[in-house]
Ligand binder design. Structure first.
Ligand SMILES: Cc1cc2nc3c(=O)[nH]c(=O)nc-3n(C[C@H](O)[C@H](O)[C@H](O)COP(=O)(O)OP(=O)(O)OC[C@H]3O[C@@H](n4cnc5c(N)ncnc54)[C@H](O)[C@@H]3O)c2cc1C
Length: 311
């Protein structure tokens, strides 16, 4: 129930304004979002490198219905990629970027799909210049086909572009089968949006079981699985499947979110596995933060306690 209410609130403009203006919000948000500026994302990436963790960086923002905003988002990514290269943090995919096509103009009336794709292509070129990669985040199920179509188009020129599959969707096993081929980078996550029963599993055990079925396909395949979960059982199963398929440590990676289970992130990196941390930055943190709170009441309590004690 709490999850559904918080996911509903993530779409509410009025609540968003109140929370964004609360005097303490920003300091509480910093646990999950290191800052607003390019320098903040670059510093967080440098900090992760000291403990052998990689980064994938998301410039926050989604559902843009404004071309100027979509162009601004593209420019932020291009600036970020250059800053990562200048700081020597982008080579060999060490610091890469994650994109939401909706933030690049996918919902613009008329040729939104093409506008977002063109913006993504320019960002991919900037990533290629910096020696790194791009992953296309997956949003709600109404965009899955369009995102996978954009992925196919981008991969013609940039074969290293990564995809995301959400195990809560009924379709995901089939999508994993399509994507488990040589050179294909696939992030597997549970899925963060409120989805109807017609397209998505609703119980956590069904979502977890689907995750394991998808993971089996990806680990058995020839691609590069990216295991995005904080769930200790799934992390363990991923390790066991990788061992079963004789995968080298550099043939797959684990991924977690900035500020969530940092000690576990370091432990995974210390034992010689690849660990990548998803760093969101920018001013548009509201929707992102509400989804994190929906996932875990402890995150919501942390935020509310911060508001109550200092606000
Ligand atoms: C790198 C990355 C990229 C992602 N990209 C996308 C995307 O493109 N599209 C999308 O829809 N979703 C994305 N997500 C979000 C994802 O879909 C889930 O909503 C989110 O990861 C929570 O699911 P979980 O697998 O961590 O398990 P959950 O079911 O949230 O948690 C399972 C268990 O993990 C442990 N755990 C979780 N949080 C904590 C915590 N704060 N402290 C301690 N233990 C904790 C607990 O043991 C918990 O029982 C991404 C997630 C990651 C990590």
């Amino acid at each position: 129930m709490l999850r559904n209410s918080l996911l509903q609130l993530s779409k509410s403009g009025a609540v968003r304004q109140t929370i964004e203006k609360a005097p303490v919000s920003r300091s509480v948000v910093r646990r999950f979002v290191p800052g607003d500026r390019t320098e903040d994302a670059v510093s967080a990436t440098a900090e992760l490198r000291t403990t052998n963790r990689f980064a994938t960086i998301d410039y926050l923002g989604e559902d843009t219905a404004d071309l100027t905003q979509a162009i601004r988002t593209r420019d932020h990514y291009i600036e970020l990629l250059k800053a990562l290269a200048d700081a020597d943090l982008s080579q060999h995919g060490m610091g890469e970027v994650s994109l939401k096509l909706s933030a690049l103009g996918q919902y613009l009336p008329g040729d939104g799909h093409k506008i977002a794709l063109d913006h993504a292509r320019e960002i991919c070129q900037a990533a290629a210049n910096a020696g790194t990669t791009v992953t296309l985040d997956m949003e709600d199920h109404t965009t899955t086909d369009a995102t996978l179509e954009s992925l196919r188009e981008l991969r013609q020129d940039f074969p290293w572009v990564g995809a995301v599959i959400q195990s809560y969707l009924h379709r995901s096993e089939a999508d994993c089968r399509d994507l488990a081929h040589e050179g294909s980078r696939v992030r597997l996550c549970k899925g963060a949006y409120k989805e109807p029963e017609s397209v998505a599993f609703q119980s956590s055990s069904d979502v977890d079981q689907s995750y394991v079925r998808c993971l089996k396909i990806l680990m058995a395949g020839a691609g590069y699985p990216m295991v995005a979960s904080h769930d200790p059982r799934l992390v363990e199963i991923a390790g066991a499947l990788a061992a079963h398929h004789n995968r080298d440590a550099d043939s797959f990676e684990y991924q977690m979110l900035y500020g969530i289970r940092p000690e576990e992130q370091k432990r995974i990196a210390d034992r010689g596995n690849q660990m990548r941390v998803y760093i969101p930055y920018g001013e548009e943190w509201y929707g992102y933060l509400m989804r994190r709170m929906a996932e875990r009441p402890a995150n919501a309590m942390f935020f509310l306690r911060g508001l109550a004690s200092k606000g």
